[in-house]
Design a protein around this ligand. Structure first.
Ligand SMILES: [Zn+2]
Length: 458
């Protein structure tokens, strides 16, 4: 398959800002900034790198929003001229430098939006990598959910059945008999739970997040690096040619090719960047390699996250359900009381699970409408609430739930960040903790039912 996999996805209009012009720092400026970056890496305890399409362009794979990106050209009715196959693409200097830094313990985790499999091919072990949008060289069983490495890129995208039987065994030693599917997300798919969980935990635990070759426009991938600042008062570094959504929040922004940055950085560390080695590439082995994230790793990171990032801060959510007998519509109102901090991706997932678990009608979400008071009102009324309306109907899915929820949470976080920039953070925190913030609930209404749950939050 050609590496313009976007052709296989469903049409989707909201692709963010396309074709912004690229910027280049002077050579001296890049050197000065790389010196700072090297020092920060040396002095940090937990370094997470977030990678996007920009780190694979030097492997011949086009990005999406760059001047010659897939979607920038698409908007002009054109297609990328450089387009090698995923099978022929090999890891770049950046991929190999990152693997070396993982080996040396200089960086501790990679969160990638890329589906090209180049981190996998570089030999990064599974526990150090989250691939949030899938990987062309991975297939997953629909029964046991184990993942396996393919020798060639998948023939489909969008989590379709590859008509290959799962090679895994059940506990009784018999074959699993599930079907393998590709793991490439289409627009409406949920992000892979374990990958997202690890990405979230590591981003929150990090004291340094480095973004390489991403404009940070996709949610939630693009907002994860901000957790490092919010949860840990850590540093954010952005290395990209185009300006990104969060340049103003970054402690350091470097505008040049990521390969150049990595070459200079590794020189500073006095460590050569290894060449790509097919012997360490799991797609080249004779064995059928497994690529499943161990449950134990997720549990371990969750424990660390809860110990270090949650402390005693808890958030109370109340869910009010009322059923209209005539239309058989169940309305859910979700009020969230935050004591501190922002919503993490983890919380979003927990909230959705909570809504589902409370929906005893075997609810399938058709749509969820989330509303929030606008920015001005939040500052004036000094409260933030999310109301959700879940309509039950047959034959539906969760996609809109996640997407809309993410958008609202992102908006709320943005509001809070802007408030922070304006020096109004303190005001928000004070008011959030006040008693007036407790939402009123119609518990006496016989048609309504109120449930409460405490969620651990940041
Ligand atoms: Zn299986």
């Amino acid at each position: 398959m050609s590496c313009n996999y976007a052709d296989g996805l469903s049409p989707y209009d909201n692709k963010g800002k396309l074709g912004l012009s690229e910027e280049f720092d002077s050579e001296e400026e890049v050197n000065r900034k790389v010196d700072i970056l090297a020092e920060w890496i040396q002095n940090s305890n937990h370094v997470v790198v977030h990678t996007g399409a920009g780190i694979s362009t030097s492997a011949g794979i086009p990005d999406f929003r760059g001047p010659n990106g897939v979607w920038t050209l698409e908007a002009k009715g054109l297609k990328p001229s450089i387009n090698i196959s995923f099978d022929d693409a090999v890891p770049t200097k950046t991929h190999m430098a990152l693997r070396k830094m993982i080996d040396l313990g200089k960086i501790h985790f990679i969160v990638s939006q890329n589906i090209d499999g180049l981190h996998l091919k570089s030999g990064v072990p599974r526990k150090y990598l989250s691939e949030l949008h899938g990987n062309m060289f991975i297939e997953q069983c629909n029964h046991c959910h184990r993942q396996f490495v393919r020798k060639t890129a998948t023939t489909s995208v969008g989590q379709k059945n590859l008509q290959i039987k799962c090679p895994g065994l059940r506990l009784n030693g018999r074959p699993c008999r599930g079907d393998l599917h590709d793991v490439i997300l289409d627009w409406e798919h949920n992000l892979p739970e374990k990958d997202l969980g690890l990405a979230d935990f590591h981003s929150c635990l990090a004291d340094l997040s480095i973004c390489l070759g991403t404009t940070l426009q996709i949610i939630p991938s693009g907002t994860l690096p901000l957790n490092t600042k919010k949860f840990n008062n850590g540093r954010l570094v952005i290395c990209n040619l185009q300006p990104t959504k969060y340049d103003k929040k970054a402690n350091l922004v470097i505008h040049t090719y990521v390969d150049d940055i990595m070459i200079k950085l590794m020189k500073k560390f006095n460590v050569p960047i290894p060449d790509y080695n097919p012997e360490l590439d799991p797609t080249k082995g004779s064995e059928k390699n497994e690529w499943t994230i161990p449950e134990s790793e997720v549990k371990l990171m969750r424990k660390l996250y809860e110990e270090k990032c949650c402390k005693s801060k808890r958030k109370k959510i109340k869910l009010e359900k009322s059923k209209d007998e005539d239309t058989e519509t169940v309305e859910h109102k979700l009020d969230i009381q935050r004591e501190n901090g922002n919503f993490s991706q983890l919380n979003q997932r927990e909230l959705l699970d909570f809504i589902k678990s409370e929906s005893k009608e075997g609810l399938k979400h058709e749509s969820i409408k989330l509303e929030q008071t606008n920015e001005q009102e939040i500052l004036e009324k000094k409260l933030t609430s999310i109301k959700s309306e879940v309509v039950t109907e047959e034959g539906t899915n969760d996609l809109n739930v996640i997407r809309d929820y993410n958008n609202v949470v992102s908006d709320i976080n943005n509001v809070e960040n802007r408030a922070n920039d304006n020096g109004e953070k303190e005001l928000l925190n004070q008011t959030e903790c006040s008693e007036n913030f407790v939402p009123e609930l119609k518990a006496s209404d016989s048609k309504s039912q109120v449930v409460e749950q405490n969620l651990i939050v940041n």
